[in-house]
Design a protein around this ligand. Structure first.
Ligand code: ADE
Ligand code: ZN
Length: 330
């Protein structure tokens, strides 16, 4: 039995496996510029974040109907459950769909079909986080938040993703203020490829409660002290960092040093179909390559539930935390 954990950094579009991409392409009459799933998988070699994003957005053309989004989320949840995921907070990128003519309602209601059955079918509770693309204009983010109005009962938080460098958090001040006024929780990618100053800015200007990645935190000792003092969770994604070359190798990943510094780290998969592994695979990789012991692994699992947006269901959080404490490693 795998260690129980929450997944807090997972782009649902990044769970599109090559085989499923071909199935959806056939269903929707979309021509993919690859002979088959194997050839597509061989294209999953990236130089940096942008080279990944180019393929990630291109492949989304196969996602068109509510059923497609429901099938995508259902496949992820089934797979996550086998890796010990008990709770998943799932990102989606509405603008990546609306800009190619798929309505926001199709995306949210499709995902919701899978999410509302998830607990009964997979034993995984869920939350939905709507991300804004930081390389699109701020006005587009505001229009997206407005369009989400009828679906806000499905959405727990807003996030910020896509190409980081050159798109500082401050660009999204207004939309984060509007989201907070609507009662939405706030997170943002920061310090993945971008500098630690973006992490500070996301906290100060956007009022985020968690930092997605925060990989470059250690470069700024004052920031580290603050993140430790304020117990700001970081949603790290080790296999993603290796594939996008934001670390030289998994062995060189700063996770052990970040834990030693007292940071509230969690381990997540980001875009598992593209980066070689789901949440449990990321845990296995850091255990094997970084030599993390049982105490550290249990700490990572505990942190994932402490950092989860479960404030409206503290009983559930307590139940999950008790599962972590009762877990015996084999
Ligand atoms: N969108 C999907 N995956 C992402 C990542 N790792 N960084 C930024 N935006 C993303
Ligand atoms: Zn991400």
């Amino acid at each position: 039995m795998p260690l129980p954990k929450a997944e807090l950094h997972l782009h649902i579009e990044g769970t599109l496996e090559p085989g499923q991409a071909f199935e959806l392409a056939a269903r929707n009459g979309v021509d993919l510029p690859y002979a088959d799933a194997e050839e597509l998988r061989r294209a999953y070699r990236f130089e940096d974040l942008q080279s990944f994003l180019d393929l990630y957005y291109a492949l989304m053309t196969v996602l068109r109907t509510e059923r497609d989004f429901a099938d995508l989320a259902d496949a992820y949840l089934a797979r996550a459950a086998t890796q010990g995921v008990r709770h998943a907070e799932i990102f989606f990128d509405p603008q990546a769909h609306t800009r190619r003519g798929v309505e926001l309602g199709t995306v949210v209601e499709g995902l919701w079909r899978a999410l509302e059955r998830s607990e009964a079918e997979h034993g995984v509770s869920t939350r939905l986080i709507m991300c804004f693309l930081r390389d699109e204009p701020a006005e587009s983010a505001l229009a997206t938040l407005e369009a989400a109005g009828p679906h806000l009962d499905r959405i727990t938080a807003v996030g910020l993703d896509s190409a980081e460098v050159g798109h500082p958090p401050v660009k999204f001040r207004a939309v984060y203020e509007a989201a907070a006024a609507l009662g939405l929780r706030r997170v943002a990618h920061a310090g993945e490829e971008g500098p630690p100053a973006y992490i500070t800015e996301a906290l100060d200007v956007l009022g985020v409660e968690r930092i997605d990645h925060g990989l470059r935190s250690l470069e700024d000792p004052a920031l580290v002290r603050r993140l430790v003092r304020e117990r700001i969770p970081l949603t790290l994604c080790p296999l993603s960092n290796v594939r996008l070359r934001t670390v030289e190798s998994l062995a060189a990943h700063p996770l052990p040093a970040m834990l030693d510094a007292g940071l509230l780290c969690t381990v997540n998969s980001d875009d598992p179909a593209y980066f070689g592994g789901y949440a449990g695979d990321n845990f296995d990789a850091v255990r094997e390559t970084l030599g993390l012991g049982e105490d550290r692994l249990r700490e990572l699992a505990r942190n994932s539930f402490l950092a989860a947006f479960l404030d409206d269901d503290e009983e559930r959080r307590a139940r999950y935390l008790a599962e972590v404490e009762a877990y015996t490693f084999s």
